[in-house]
Design a protein. Sequence first.
Length: 190
Amino acid sequence: MWDEIAAVLPGRLVTLEPLTREHVDGLRRAAADEQIWRLMVTTDVERWLADATAEHEAARRVQFVVLRAGEAVGSTSYLSLAPEHLRLEIGNTWMNPSTWGTGANVEAKYLLLRHAFDTLGCRRVEFKTDARNDRARAALAALPAEFEGIHRKHMLVRGTERRDSAWYAVIDDDWPGVKAALKRKIATKL
């Protein structure tokens, strides 16, 4: 079933498409706001694009472009793919500030979670973010994803900067309630 992981995921507010070279110029435009890169692993869109389009990354992640009305407004991905454990991570997500508060990120998470649980048969979907990223942490708590703790000195970002990572997860037992909550949130944005 994981051969279907890189699918087009259409929604009402956004559509997720697997990243191709045709998306690059639109992503550059969407990523022009410096606010996006303040707490990301890389410092700018060019470094992010180099990582996202590297051939060696294809086996480690599935990168999606977030489209609103056909225009690229951000990106998100499946990472830490572990089909043998029915587990993956959703992350490396960024959106143009024009989408903040519009429901675009909520629906993107819903589409990825629905695909992970209902199509791929996952038992666990993980999320991690910079422990200082209050915006991302609030969004994950609002899914609701379960907060599982802080991994101190988890990784180096933006060169040599230490990052503590906050971990969250949704498991298959949680999915029916999370799914209903996300559907309600999306309905208020339509």
